[in-house]
Design a protein around this ligand. Sequence first.
Ligand SMILES: [Zn+2]
Length: 346
Amino acid sequence: MLSSISTARRYFGLLALLWTALHPISSFAWGYKGHRVVGSIADQLLTDNAKQHVAQILGFDLKTAGPWLDCVKAVMRKADGTFSYTTDPNHPEYEVPCTSFRTPDEQQRMEDYVARNWMQCSYMTSGVERGCHNTYHFDDVAVQRDRFDRNYQGTNDHDLVAAMNAAIAVLLGRPSPRPFAIKDKKEALFVLSHLVGDLHQPLHIGAVYLDSAGRVVDPDVTHTVDPATETAGGNLITDDRKNFHGEWDAIPGDLGEAATPELLTTARGVPADHGRLENWPANWATDTLLIAQEMFSSASYAPSGSKWTITFPDRDAYLRQADGVKRRQLAKAGARLAEVLNAIWP
Ligand SMILES: [Zn+2]
């Protein structure tokens, strides 16, 4: 299990500098369009009762809400310890999915959320504290594992699966479990509608761990993670000069920003979940982990100036396969977001 300290170390030193350069590319998992697509599918699969609750509590549809948890990344801690939403003048495009949340009330909600979710764990990059809430978006389970388990390396009590369960608890009327500070059902819907999307991006659950020569190692056997060889969820891997994580975040261009008839058909065919609602996020993480395992299975790695390069026996075939996987994963995410909300408000 990665402690907060080892999480903090994951982008230490030079890696941290690289991460700073790459972070803007990767800060919107699936890209905001992917989160909109997931929300849009769910909007159309909600029961009337669930739809009414979402509208009443959230005041937005799920398509609009999906990117919110990435928008809050613009909230920075100032020298005096207060938090304020700060736009990046070099990247006005980051604001595109966030404009709905720039009213005074909504902006204050974002700042308040980040202030409440900053200190519970440490997340340092470039020697700067990025705030605990930035860890809620991912796990780094080794692709050798066959299931998600909190005992494995790359998981912790403030990871993606834990954050989803925290949001579900609040939506069920229970207190926000520590270390999360989710203040009400509206915030829980913002968190959940985003994280169900993140959980279905294979690189947000599965990770490859390498030795200094680029050979795959198993951190659950060695019980160590060498910060010098970390792949940072694929952010430190380059595929054909592109950020590998970013390549996976990009959704097929023809999908646009909303559910397509094909995605809705696929979503309607996603098998229903059974058992306790609280186990669904871990089960879904296992499902995603097996996909990550498959998508890394033919890859090889070599050290390079930008940290790692990845190669495949047939890259075109890989990209075609990835295209299909992305469509299925977006459909599954939309179906499961609706499923969990329909279970909460039957
Ligand atoms: Zn995210």
